[in-house]
Ligand binder design. Structure first.
Ligand code: PLP
Length: 290
């Protein structure tokens, strides 16, 4: 299987948080693997086991040009000695002008560009049948990696957090919600705050549907997306630069928005004195802007 490096838990120091009596810990899951980092390691784990056990020699998956999932899938397949194919949205882009796709290609991933219109059909049976016809015996992993095997993996991640760390509330970024869904299944008695990195109000329903409504808690925060997926402003960039200098590397798409939400809620006196907050750093630092 994929190599895994055990990751540390770091205590963040901040004067205003100290004054509020709030403790913030970070599980540095960004450090678990040099290329298959953070939640992507856990989302891919059981998919790869399944693919190999079922005798597939190729995985095929989908993503945009800056997708951490594409980046991680390419490296994971290479490490396990299987082939990978990436169906990339937007045929105006080529692998030469984008570091994520350059990396994926360097790992041996075969890249296929499809138009945004065509990409919309990626989950339909007919489109998938076409892919199988074209590429042969492929194990298909959906965009963002979220499926039942991914949730099995992120549930295992949640169990690890529960065993290792004492905390009152867990904060995590939500994109497709697959990570949050597995974590919520692992810890039915804990509070989880999912910071949506996309604009809109659909993530809560998505998490309930991914868990087949087996969870009672999944509090989605929808005010910290900074304009939408991968969007940012100077406030967020200053926030990141400040934490980088204090030894917590953050990127602008996911974990920076989560820590920003924590900081904002502490300042608004949302947490009782003595609260222990756990931030899950979900990785993806290769996508840092600076
Ligand atoms: C993909 C990704 C997420 C979002 O995970 P979902 O399971 O899609 O919600 C969060 N953080 C990082 C760094 C990611 O790469």
């Amino acid at each position: 299987m994929l190599t895994y490096r055990p990751t540390p838990v770091q205590i963040l120091q901040h004067e205003e948080w100290n004054n509020a009596g709030v403790h913030v810990l970070v599980k540095r899951e960004d450090l678990n693997h040099p290329f298959v980092s953070g939640n992507k390691w856990w989302k891919l784990k059981y998919n790869l086991i399944q693919a190999i056990e079922q005798g597939y020699d190729t995985i095929l998956t989908f993503g945009g040009a800056y997708s951490n999932h594409i980046y991680a899938s390419a490296a994971a397949a290479k490490e396990l000695g299987i082939k990978s194919i990436g169906i990339i949205r937007g045929n105006e882009l080529s692998e030469v002008d984008n570091p994520t796709l350059q990396f994926a290609a360097s790992q041996g991933m075969q890249l296929h560009f499809v138009s945004r219109e065509e990409y919309r059909y990626k989950n339909e049976n007919q489109f998938r049948a076409g892919l199988t016809e074209k590429f042969g015996n492929i194990y298909i992993i959906p965009e963002g990696g979220t499926n039942a095997f991914a949730i099995k993996g992120t549930k295992a991640l949640g169990e690890m957090l529960l065993n290792e760390i004492e905390f009152d509330v867990l904060f995590v970024a939500g994109g497709t919600g697959g990570t949050a869904a597995g974590l919520a299944l692992a810890m039915p008695d804990k509070k989880i705050k999912v910071v949506s990195v996309l604009k809109g109000d659909f993530l809560k329903d998505e998490i309930f549907s991914l868990t087949e409504s087996k969870i009672k808690q999944a509090d989605v925060l929808t005010d910290y997306h900074f304009g939408g997926y991968a969007k940012y402003n100077d406030t967020l960039l200053d926030f990141i630069a400040n934490w980088d200098a204090k030894q917590l590397p953050l990127e602008h798409v996911y974990t920076a928005k989560v820590l920003y939400a924590i900081d904002d809620l502490i300042k608004k006196k949302y947490f009782k004195s003595g609260s222990k907050i756990l931030l899950l750093h979900t990785g993806g630092l290769q996508g840092k802007l600076v």
